[in-house]
Design a protein around this ligand. Structure first.
Ligand code: GZL
Length: 316
C-alpha cells in the first residue's frame, strides 16, 4: 500500500514539474552586454541598435554603460557571470587586461561575443567571435582620400581616439601605412582626443597654438573629435574645410551636416548598427550552430560632394 502511494506521489511531482515548464513556453535567452560608454554619436547609435534588436527578438538584455572605464566593464561582466546569463557581449574599451575575467566566463561556461573593438589576448578560445569593422582599412581609406585631395603634399595634424583602443591603434596603422609612400605627407602633430568633441576641440586648440597656419590638413579618428576641432579652427580665425582640409571616420549624421556646410571634407564609414549581427550570433550559439571567428561589416567612404544626396538615406 505504502509503495503504491510513494509511486503515485512521485508521478504527481513529475507531472507538476513538467506542467510548470510546459506552460512557460521556450526559455527566454538572457544576454549581458557591457558597453564602452556614451562618448560619441557613433556609440549612441551602436547602443540603440543593440537594445532595439534585443527587444525585437524578445531576448532579455542586461545592459551596462561602462563610462569608458575598463574597471566598470570588468565589474559588469562579473555580475553577468554571477547572474548566470546565457551569453556575454561587450565592446572592450581598450585591447589589454581582459584575460582574467574572460577566463572566469569560460570557467562558468558562458560564451563571450566581442562587438566593435578587439581584445589583445593570447588565448583566442576566450571569445567566440569578433563582430565589427576593419579599422586598419578605415585608416587606409582616409589616407588614400587625403593623398589625392592634397596631391601628396600636406602638413597633417592627427587627433587620435582613446589611448590603447583597437580603433585608435588600427586606424593610425592603416593611415601611416598609406602615407609612408608619399614623403610630402607629414604628420607634424599627433595626440589622443579620446573620441569626444570636447577633447577634440581642446587638442586642436593646442595644435593651432603650436603650428597655426602651417597646418594643411587634419586626420581625426572619429567625427565627434573633428566637429570639436572645427569649432577650434573657426575660433582661431581659419576656415575649416578650406584653410584646413579635414578627413574623419564614422559617417554620423553630424558629419554629413558639417560637409554640407563646407566645414568637413570627407568621412569614412564605420557602421555602428551591429545589433542584428550580434543577436544572429547569439541565436546561433544558443542553437549550437557554428559562428565565424571574425565577422566584418561592409562600409564605404563619403566625400563632401555626395553629402547632400546621401544624408537623407543615413540611419544614424
Ligand atoms: C569604432 C568605435 C569608435 C568610434 C567612435 O568602431 O569603437 O568608438 O569610431 C567611438 O566614435 O567612440
Amino acid at each position: 500500500m505504502f509503495k503504491r502511494k510513494a509511486v503515485f506521489l512521485l508521478a504527481l511531482a513529475f507531472v507538476l514539474a513538467l506542467g510548470s515548464s510546459v506552460g512557460a513556453g521556450p526559455k527566454k535567452i538572457v544576454v549581458g552586454f557591457a558597453q564602452v560608454g556614451a562618448e560619441s554619436g557613433w556609440r549612441t547609435a551602436n547602443t540603440e541598435s543593440i537594445i532595439s534588436e534585443a527587444k525585437k527578438r524578445g531576448i532579455e538584455l542586461m545592459f551596462v554603460d561602462g563610462q569608458q572605464q575598463q574597471a566598470n566593464q570588468i565589474k559588469a561582466i562579473r555580475s553577468f557571470i554571477e547572474q548566470k546569463v546565457d551569453i556575454i557581449g561587450f565592446s572592450p574599451v581598450v585591447t589589454t587586461g581582459w584575460e582574467q575575467v574572460l577566463r572566469e566566463a569560460k570557467r562558468a561556461q558562458i560564451p563571450v561575443i566581442l562587438t566593435d573593438r578587439a581584445v589583445d589576448c593570447e588565448d583566442e578560445s576566450l571569445w567566440v567571435t569578433l563582430i565589427g569593422s576593419d579599422f586598419v582599412e578605415e585608416g587606409r581609406r582616409a589616407a588614400r582620400w587625403l593623398v589625392e585631395k592634397m596631391n601628396g603634399q600636406a602638413n597633417i595634424v592627427e587627433l587620435q581616439g582613446t589611448i590603447g583602443s583597437a580603433p585608435t591603434i588600427d586606424r593610425k596603422k592603416g593611415f601611416e601605412e598609406v602615407i609612408a609612400a608619399y614623403p610630402g605627407m607629414k604628420i607634424i602633430r599627433s595626440k589622443y582626443g579620446d573620441f569626444t568633441r570636447s577633447k577634440g576641440k581642446e587638442v586642436m586648440e593646442e595644435f593651432l597654438r603650436a603650428e597655426g597656419n602651417k597646418i594643411d590638413a587634419l586626420f581625426a579618428h572619429n567625427d565627434d573629435m573633428a566637429i570639436g576641432a572645427i569649432q577650434a579652427i573657426e575660433y582661431y580665425g581659419l576656415r575649416p574645410g578650406v584653410d584646413i582640409i579635414i578627413v574623419s571616420i564614422d559617417a554620423i549624421r553630424a558629419a554629413f551636416e558639417a560637409m554640407i556646410e563646407g566645414k568637413l571634407n570627407c568621412t569614412v564609414e564605420c557602421n555602428p548598427l551591429l545589433g542584428p549581427l550580434f543577436f544572429d550570433a547569439v541565436e546561433a550559439i544558443m542553437a549550437g550552430r557554428p559562428v565565424p571567428k571574425r565577422i566584418v561589416i561592409e562600409e564605404g567612404i563619403f566625400p563632401q560632394e555626395v553629402a547632400r544626396d546621401v544624408l537623407p538615406t543615413r540611419r544614424y
